[in-house]
Design a protein around this ligand. Structure first.
Ligand SMILES: [Zn+2]
Length: 489
């Protein structure tokens, strides 16, 4: 990437329908019944644990209804899929479920309909965060989902952090992830990579000489993760395939052409429009597999929206199945299913390098989403909170070490009175509060003031809690050993 940053002129010519790109074309007949384009459409909902609302308000008002809906709609039809990432919300939801609903949720996790991606407590910021806190929140989330359901994440999903670091690729790789997706990359870099079909690559650490930690990475090509910017290069067309924007409804299309419900009478025309976008998007990538996210911020919170999206898309998929000469096999599919298809088509194993895929080193900072709108202010904004974050990390780590030593000591000497379970619960709470602040609207400073106050209060509790077992002393005398654990409340 260093070479790219040096050589690229970072110009911003008007590309037409794809404003930051160019007029994409593809050879007529490239995809046909003998050479299918395999399209994986993946419903998603981006749920920030704090941004313009506080964490708990987002949960009760929006996120809980989303996860309830998703479970109902996935259970009703095994062809449906969904991806979800924020364990801070998922854990609250899980604790609210009855045992039978938990069984239902375990089933859709086990059969691959619901994919938990990354497994982080949050979708962490990648610029201000210290790697130790990134690891900590990754462990907290991964352990939680594994403990309650046995699920282990295989794919990384980072659609909203404001720039991306190779450190995240490394941590994901070491946590067992085989492929990852990133979105907020400078528009000129996206265009540069798309020109040479290099939007998918093996992301290598600068220090890694043999590529042993290479991770398959997919960069989304267009401006945003909403539906207008994910089906293909023309947002005016793609918006018509966000069926949540059908009239009457809460959302609409700024390009002033609303979606139409799919019927027997219009399916041929609508499918032709959509697969033209799919084929244009596919021409930016090397593989005959294509990934299409289908969602936006806090989507699927109403049953009607779920119904519109799942049912209208299924009608298009069914039509394409009956018409293989169109060259597209489309279905709902998770990110892991998409990555698996890439490997299947290239004859490679998950975790290894697909045939002819490039290797990339370096990072994706500083991000600009359009014109000269550089996202660099958040590197230094709200410095008090950024400093407090580091202080809490120090306290928490010290507390964890002190706790471990004390626990081992009391077990070895069979001492009674050490409140191990109680302290463990407090440590977990402190970890989760610190984890929450690693969210890309937390430590970055991009949340509203009252949300920042909420984070502050939670973190303050974290300081107190971690101080509970911070001071630990072991003295070894001639004949006696004792330890003192000071508890501050
Ligand atoms: Zn976000």
């Amino acid at each position: 990437m260093m070479k790219v940053y040096e050589e690229l002129k970072f110009e911003n010519p008007d590309g037409g329908a794809w404003k930051q790109g160019w007029r994409v074309t593809y050879p007529e007949g490239k995809w046909n019944s003998d050479n299918l384009l395999h399209v994986f459409v993946l419903p998603h909902s981006h749920t920030d644990p704090g941004w313009v609302k506080k964490y708990m308000d987002y949960y009760t008002q929006q996120t809980k209804p989303i996860l309830d809906n998703v479970l109902n709609f996935l259970s009703a039809d095994p062809r449906r899929r969904f991806i979800y990432a924020e364990l801070s919300f998922f854990s609250l939801w899980w604790e609210s479920l009855s045992e039978s609903r938990k069984q239902q949720a375990r089933k859709v996790l086990r059969n691959g309909q619901l994919e938990i991606a990354t497994g982080g407590w949050v979708m962490n910021d990648e610029a201000n965060t210290h790697y130790a806190a990134m690891v900590d929140q990754l462990i907290e989330g991964n352990q939680y989902i594994h403990a309650v359901s046995g699920f282990a994440p295989r794919s990384g999903w980072a659609i909203d952090p404001f720039g991306h670091t190779p450190t995240m690729a490394y941590l994901l790789n070491r946590s067992g992830v085989k492929g990852m997706l990133v979105q907020r990359v400078h528009y000129a870099i996206k265009k540069h990579l798309a020109r040479s079909q290099n939007l998918e690559f093996m992301w290598r650490q600068l220090w890694d000489k043999d590529g042993s930690s290479d991770t398959l990475c997919h960069v989304m090509p267009f401006y945003s993760y909403d539906v207008p910017h994910t089906c293909g290069p023309d947002p005016k067309i793609c918006c018509q395939f966000d069926f949540a924007r059908m009239s009457p409804g809460r959302y609409n299309c700024p390009w002033r052409v609303p979606p139409q419900a799919i019927t027997e009478g219009n399916v041929a025309d609508r499918a032709a429009m959509l697969i033209d976008q799919y084929k244009k998007k596919a021409s930016l990538y090397r593989s005959n597999a294509l990934f299409i996210p289908l969602g936006d911020d806090f989507r699927y919170d109403q049953a009607e929206e779920c119904e519109r999206q799942f049912n209208n898309y299924q009608k298009i998929f069914d039509y394409l199945d009956k018409n293989p000469q169109l060259g597209v096999k489309a279905q709902f599919g998770t990110l892991s299913e998409y990555f698996d298809k890439i490997h299947e088509l290239s004859g490679s194993e998950p975790g290894s390098r697909p045939r002819e895929y490039p290797v990339l080193t370096g990072d994706f900072f500083t991000y600009a989403d359009k014109n000269d709108h550089y996202w660099s202010g958040y590197f230094t904004s709200r410095p008090f909170q950024k400093q407090m974050d580091r202080n809490i990390e120090t306290n928490l780590r010290s507390a964890e070490i002190a706790f471990s030593l004390a626990a081992v000591y009391q077990r070895k000497h069979r001492l009674s009175g050490f409140p191990e379970d109680q302290l463990m619960r407090l440590l977990v709470e402190a970890r989760r509060n610190l984890g929450l602040f690693q969210h890309h609207d937390g430590i970055t400073g991009t949340a509203k003031d009252f949300v920042v106050v909420d984070y502050g209060e939670r973190s303050e509790r974290g300081i107190t809690l971690s101080s509970l077992c911070y001071i630990y002393k072991v003295r070894e005398g001639d004949n006696s050993q004792f330890f003192v654990l000071y508890i501050f409340t």
